[in-house]
Design a protein around this ligand. Structure first.
Ligand code: AMP
Ligand code: MG
Length: 270
């Protein structure tokens, strides 16, 4: 029987995932060629639902992607969003806060970038950096970052209450595969721009990051805004898994086309 990736990967509220035990290289028994064909089918369904969401113009969807470097956030975005209508989809990246971002509370920029009605927005990194890198690198003291889990739960609940579906994926890559991909970034002139020497500092802090991720997943995976831990050592598995998760939530959202004006049905254009 086919695995139910939604149930398998979702972090149930209150659960404490152990990231070191997770099989980042799993294929779920999928066949690569079939998975590729299935991804195309899933994308065709996503396209129809996105179009309806846009036409309905009442609700929205936020997909948060978090991961260590080279887990494939960019590749996932490219794979699953290509083919959707660009008018209704956008991607928001979150880097080191600068300018006005640095002068406001940490949720300010996330809230400003949250999707408008009818839209899908993907966060490439997110407000979670403020309990991840900020915690691990000591950019804020513990009393400051430790109260943020509650802020984040309530912020996301607010978004959900006001009509935004919130879905969060942690793309979980193994340190071995990250090493290969970082090396490839260094060696391949087309990829070198993505590499920063600071990536190696983060890599050296792997256990601390995993601990911070485990705490974030445990404390912020809620019934209204669930986390999914997605195996990310194989790009094709990762892409299909995230596409299926997105499809699951769009289907549940079930956007409805607006009613046509009265008397339009059956009208013949002369
Ligand atoms: P990338 O997404 O790999 O292009 O790099 C963005 C960088 O910005 C990463 O190293 C993040 O850890 C960093 N970053 C994102 N948000 C924050 C934040 N709130 N505070 C400090 N660093 C951050
Ligand atoms: Mg990077």
């Amino acid at each position: 029987m086919a695995v139910d990736v939604i149930r398998t990967l979702r972090v149930e509220p209150g659960a404490a995932p152990r990231l070191a035990r997770f099989d980042t290289g799993t294929t779920f028994g999928w066949d690569k060629a079939k998975a590729k064909a299935e991804l195309e089918k899933v994308k065709a369904e996503l396209d129809v639902l996105q179009q309806r969401l846009f036409a309905e113009d009442r609700r929205s969807l936020l997909l948060v992607l978090q991961a260590m470097d080279a887990a494939g956030k960019d590749g996932t975005i490219r794979s699953i969003l290509s083919g959707l209508n660009p008018a209704g989809v956008s991607v928001q990246g979150f880097g080191v806060p600068g300018g006005p971002e640095a002068e406001h509370d940490y949720l300010w920029r996330a809230h400003a970038a949250a999707p408008a009605k009818g839209r899908i927005v993907v966060f490439n990194r997110s407000h979670y950096e403020d309990v991840l890198v900020v915690r691990v690198k000591g950019f804020a003291p513990k009393p400051v970052w430790s109260r943020r889990y509650e802020h984040i739960r309530e912020f996301e609940e607010l978004l959900v209450d006001e009509g935004t579906t919130v879905v969060k994926c942690f793309l979980h890559v193994s340190p071995e595969v990250q090493r290969e991909r970082l090396q490839e970034r260094i060696d391949d002139p087309e990829k070198r721009w993505k590499f920063r020497k600071g990536d190696l500092d983060d890599r050296a802090l792997w256990p601390d990051f995993m601990k911070a991720y485990e705490d974030a997943l445990r404390r912020t995976s809620t019934a209204v805004a669930p986390w999914y831990v997605v195996p990310a050592d194989r790009n094709w598995v990762r892409n299909l898994a995230v596409a299926k998760i997105l499809l699951h939530h769009l289907k549940r959202l079930d956007p409805k086309l607006p009613e046509p004006e009265e008397g339009v049905e059956g009208l013949v254009v002369e």
